[in-house]
Structures are given as structure tokens and as C-alpha cells.
Design a protein around this ligand. Structure first.
Ligand SMILES: [Zn+2]
Ligand SMILES: [Zn+2]
Ligand SMILES: [Zn+2]
Length: 70
């Protein structure tokens, strides 16, 4: 009878390799934070122009007002 009870196959998650952030809006893994509120935001919810999350970004407001022809 042979028993190999010491198999080196135990799945181990390295806590140091955990993802940095999770988007506070949609919960997707994120690597950036809003520079304004410092909340986590994924690429979909962070503005590439101002690096703010969707809640803080004011680019849309500016764009809306600028959309109207003078
Ligand atoms: Zn998101
Ligand atoms: Zn924000
Ligand atoms: Zn913006």
C-alpha cells in the first residue's frame, strides 16, 4: 500500500499578488484611482483626460456646454 499524502499540488493564492483596486462603480478590477476622490475606478469609469472617476469628471459638463452653438 502506498499513499502519497504529501502531494505538492495545493492551490495557494499569493496575497501579495492580489489585484490593486476594484472599481467602486462597477466592481471590475482596476489599476487606477480617481485623483479627485481617490476611489478606485476601472478604465471604463475613469477619465483619460482628467484622471477622475465618472462621479468626479467634469469633462462631460464642459463638453455639454460647449456642444451648444454660440
Ligand atoms: Zn468601472
Ligand atoms: Zn472620483
Ligand atoms: Zn474628465
Amino acid at each position: 500500500m502506498q499513499r502519497t499524502d504529501a502531494e505538492a499540488g495545493s492551490p495557494q493564492v499569493n496575497p501579495a499578488a492580489a489585484p490593486g483596486f476594484v472599481c467602486s462603480i462597477c466592481g471590475e478590477p482596476s489599476t487606477r484611482i480617481c485623483v479627485w476622490c481617490t476611489k478606485d475606478a476601472c478604465d471604463n469609469h475613469i477619465c483619460a483626460k482628467c484622471s477622475r472617476c465618472s462621479d468626479c469628471c467634469e469633462c462631460e459638463l464642459v463638453r455639454l456646454s460647449a456642444e451648444q452653438p454660440a
